[in-house]
Design a protein around this ligand. Structure first.
Ligand SMILES: [Zn+2]
Ligand SMILES: [Zn+2]
Length: 368
């Protein structure tokens, strides 16, 4: 069997570039030759040992590539087509999928397979399960880096606004402006919110929040976000708050920032106990809704999101700030995990020369 290069999780704190056999497509599966992928905050949790996956697994859940091989039953696709695959790969046929809970395919959070329960996208080749439900062809005019954030970051961020049922004219507060929070801000704008208040403490992220649709930005180290939100909403609170970090403090602030009858739409991944103070839920009489969402996947979701990028309704490219080859994964991971050098997201390519990386970084710096 032909070997391929892959980035493997070897236990907490240990990732390495290794040779693995190239996967083979069985019936209903496809092999995608990866051309671009990225590192997610969730990968950092895995590598730190905070979210458990089995050692030996190839990580990564944000694939962009080219169809290399098709198993039986995939006649509508052809080898050589450029595709993305959602971070979540629903089967489309199980109890959860047929109850429209696609991300819960097969069980709790079960739709998340790549780099979690099966080998992921940080490899030269990726085996895609249930390919007919999950291969989404990239429109010709879009580059890899224009769509690399679609499989997870844009889908997840936007879902915060969708699950919160943001309506035209709504007021929305978004807590945390990392890549997902920024896409939630963009999502609130796309859904027609009139007032969008973005909360963070990193000036560059607050600047980016304005670019992504926030009217008001709040640095929580300088101002109390709840006081600002109340002042902007006749003392009532926002219609929808989106939590995009996964901490007790942001969850609680989001809860305190919504009006009676409002919605807290939670995207964060939490650990330990999550507490709702009784006064923030009006002793249980506040008619508020708390909804949680795992990234929606599937090819139709991916098609719709890429259509938004192609129509220039949203531009995700300012979020890709750095580029690395697989061989430089340690450096890429260290940069991303420590949030140095204004990094938002890194593009990972199987092979990349030092020169092109330098140029890529320089041009991004100039633009910002
Ligand atoms: Zn992710
Ligand atoms: Zn399913």
């Amino acid at each position: 069997m032909k070997p391929m290069k892959a980035i493997v999780f070897n236990g907490p704190g240990r990732i390495a570039v290794e040779e693995r056999p190239k996967p083979v497509a069985r019936a209903g599966e496809a092999i995608v030759r990866i051309t671009t992928t990225t590192i997610c905050g969730t990968d950092v949790h895995i590598i730190k040992g905070e979210y458990k996956v089995k050692p030996g697994l190839i990580l990564g859940h944000e694939p962009v590539g080219v169809i290399d091989e098709l198993g039986e039953g995939l006649d509508e696709y052809s080898v050589g087509q450029r595709v993305i695959v959602g971070a979540i790969t629903p089967c489309g046929q199980c109890f959860y999928c047929l109850n429209a809970a696609h991300s819960q395919c097969g069980g709790p959070a079960g739709g998340w397979r790549f780099g979690n329960t099966i080998d992921g996208a940080w490899a030269e080749y990726l085996r895609v399960p249930d390919a007919r439900a999950n291969l989404a062809v990239i429109p010709d005019e879009l580059t890899d880096e224009q769509v690399v954030l679609v499989p997870d970051i844009f889908s997840t961020g936007l879902s915060g606004a969708e699950s919160g049922n943001v309506r035209v004219g709504d007021s929305v507060a978004v807590f945390a402006q990392g890549p997902i929070g920024l896409c939630a801000t963009a999502g609130a704008k796309l859904r027609g919110a009139a007032l969008i208040i973005a909360v963070d403490a990193v000036p560059a992220r607050l600047d980016m929040a304005r670019r992504f649709g926030a009217n008001i930005v709040v640095d929580y180290r300088e101002e109390d976000p709840i006081a600002v939100i109340k002042a902007m909403t006749h003392g009532r609170g926002v219609d929808v708050a989106i939590e995009a970090l996964g901490r007790q403090a942001t969850f609680e602030s989001a809860l305190r920032s919504i009006r009676p009858g409002g919605t807290l739409s939670s995207l964060g991944v939490y650990s330990g106990k999550l507490v709702a103070p009784y006064e923030a839920i009006y002793a249980g009489l506040g008619d508020q809704k708390i909804v949680t969402t795992l990234c929606p996947g599937g090819k139709e979701r991916m098609r719709r999101l890429m259509a938004m990028v192609a129509a220039r309704r949203v531009d995700l490219s300012p979020l890709v700030t750095h580029r690395f080859g697989f061989d430089d994964i340690q450096e890429a991971y260290e940069l991303f995990a420590s949030q140095r050098d204004g990094v938002m997201k890194v593009a990972l390519h199987p092979a990349i020369s030092d020169t092109s990386r330098q140029l890529a970084t320089a041009s991004v710096d100039e633009e910002c």
